[in-house]
Ligand binder design. Sequence first.
Ligand SMILES: [Zn+2]
Length: 392
Amino acid sequence: MSYQVLARKWRPASFDAMVGQEHVLRALSNALDRDQLHHAYLFTGTRGVGKTTVARILAKCLNCEQGVSSRPCGECSACREIAEGRSVDLLEVDAASRTRVDDTRELLENVQYAPTRSRYKVYLIDEVHMLSQHSFNALLKTLEEPPPHVKFLLATTDPQKLPATVLSRCLQFNLKNMPAGQIVQHLRHILGAEGVDVEEPALWLLGHAAAGSMRDALSLTDQAIAFGGGRLLEAEVRDMLGTVDRDHVFQLLDALAADDASALLAAAATMEAQALDFAAALETLLAVLHRLALAQVVPGALDPEMGDVERLRSLAGNFSAEDVQLYYQIALNGRRDLPLAVDPRAGFDMVLLRMLAFRPAPALAAAGARASEAAAGEVGPPGKKPEQRRAP
Ligand SMILES: [Zn+2]
């Protein structure tokens, strides 16, 4: 049996099986169950968040032989044909590859004919913003006077590029990016069912690398399973993604806490010897600083699954909240400026040294100490002590 990619194998067949996007699913389910149907729906959101998945399920809801509802049976021939991508009444178009007006005209000229077998003729136009001006005009004409047996399901990553005349005739739903925690939860479920051995931190690496897209998460997971020979180990997933091990970042933070410039540069040298990518290192540093700030302010908000909570808690006391904010800002600017540095290592070194140079607390404390030493050495009039400046 050939290997079926996870995104295809685990494509949700019903609204209930979908992860996230509850706000969209609830509104659609209510409309379907109350028979308050619109003739054109527009789904927006970044890639891989489920726009065409929602649209295909909606097509089933509309054409299921058991009747229009938010829970299509999944077993009638209409439901099965849609699931298998061979329904004659679901016309799927990828506008990114069909931008010529003839294509759309050809597509829309059959609009007035009744559906072949189902209740509705459903047009699913993906990346609809890619249609040409002429195609939009053809689409608009149909949207203005839609025949009762036609439904339009439009999807786009870039609604700004749609003409206002089209936007105003659609019911619009914005699908959100998925939080890493939600992606991890879904991956854990899928990989458990697939019987894949998993190290929990590997899931979090994948969850973050997917940047909100479930489809990306699943294809990265496919790659990782192939890379790891059927297992998901943290070190291997890290290698595959080019993510920098948090241990390196913790060493940097230990050196910063100890105000130890040579340890700081030695840690950077180790990273260079291992041929790590310094841009990725700054990304990891930013992620850890974010968690360190949480550990200081709202310790309860940390996901324990990443396995770094103990380490963060012990570091949290070594920095003031201002230190962490300052480091974050310096790392953020450093990441932006890294391509401008003479070489990445020099850029990275300068970021670290800037953190050391601008750290407010030890510098102030040291200045305070020097001031008190100087004050103690001064000979003042008896009974009148010189005023001491103290660091806050
Ligand atoms: Zn059905």
